[in-house]
Design a protein around this ligand. Sequence first.
Ligand SMILES: *Cc1c(COP(=O)(O)O)cnc(C)c1O
Length: 366
Amino acid sequence: MPSPPRACAEINLQALDHNLSFARQHSGQQTMAILKAGAYGHGLVNFARHLDSKGLPYFGVANVYEARQLSDAGIQTPIYLLGATFPEEREEIVQCGWTPCLSSLSEIDDFVRLCAKHNRSLTAHLSVDTGMGRGGFLPDQIPSALNHLALPQNKSIELKGIGSHLPSADEDEDFTKSQFAAFDHLVREHFAQRENFHVHLANSAGLLDYRSTTTNLVRPGLLMYGVSPLAEWQDQLQPVMTLKSRVSLVRNLPKGHGVSYGRTSILEKDSAVATIGVGYGDGYPRNISGKGAHILINGKAAPILGRVTMDQIMADVSHLPDCQPGDEVELFGPNLSVTQVAQWADTIPWEVLTRITPRVTRIYST
Ligand SMILES: *Cc1c(COP(=O)(O)O)cnc(C)c1O
């Protein structure tokens, strides 16, 4: 009989369903489920299988490595590649029928060449850079991109959509509003007549707080996982992942004893100290050390003592006399938000979630 895992991530697929319905209702648009980075650490193929029957127009992934995992698993939902592609990846993209977004005329030419080689056509979207600075045609380059795609020799590329990305929808309202206006203007000018055409701009923060007059598709990531980039919407969402571990030891240590590497924590009084089986080797951020962070042991807050080590952390349980080995620990989840953990660690919830390592057993429940 294998022993239970020391650290596990419980993944609540019902919460995912709730968040997805919220995204659909709140935006009134179709949803591209963003599944990059292993579904933000939640498990790419498991999430794709769960969502495959929900009639979503696309799954958004970062690269061909992730696209291949979905195709190999027999996923039927069309696969959209969110980022620029490398030349060596394009043959596989054409052969597998994934949907790239296009940022340059030379990419178009390369895809056309590969379509001819394999006697195939390719569905693609145009990417337009309205301020992100990571990819896409600049707005004033869109007419020449459209002219290029209209040439008879480029017919193998079927343009099915246009998208852009928001760099600061959770930080800069004025800029984001101007981006929506610029994007809507561009779409009205050049794409108004198209049918069965996907027009998309909003990530999680964009769909929560902004409205476009032209888009028909949103691309939520973080929000689907039950974490709001904007605090005022958190109540509407249900966190999907709960990172858990267990207490392995509880010991009484005397005043003046140091705890963990570097002895940054010296006990100010005789204390009960619990050792917990999770560390930065599981993705729990080492940078949280010394920031006043806490964990929940049987639902009660216990302050972390000293540095996070690779495989274990220590917490003060002097105020929890019943605490004993085996007790359940919540590192983050419904009762302690990953956003709070990220703030303690001077980072963002996206990073905390995507850094949970493979050593953490994912346990799915519906
Ligand atoms: C990651 C990503 C998203 C999702 O962003 P969230 O803030 O997690 O909702 C949407 N669009 C693109 C292009 C992305 O790269």
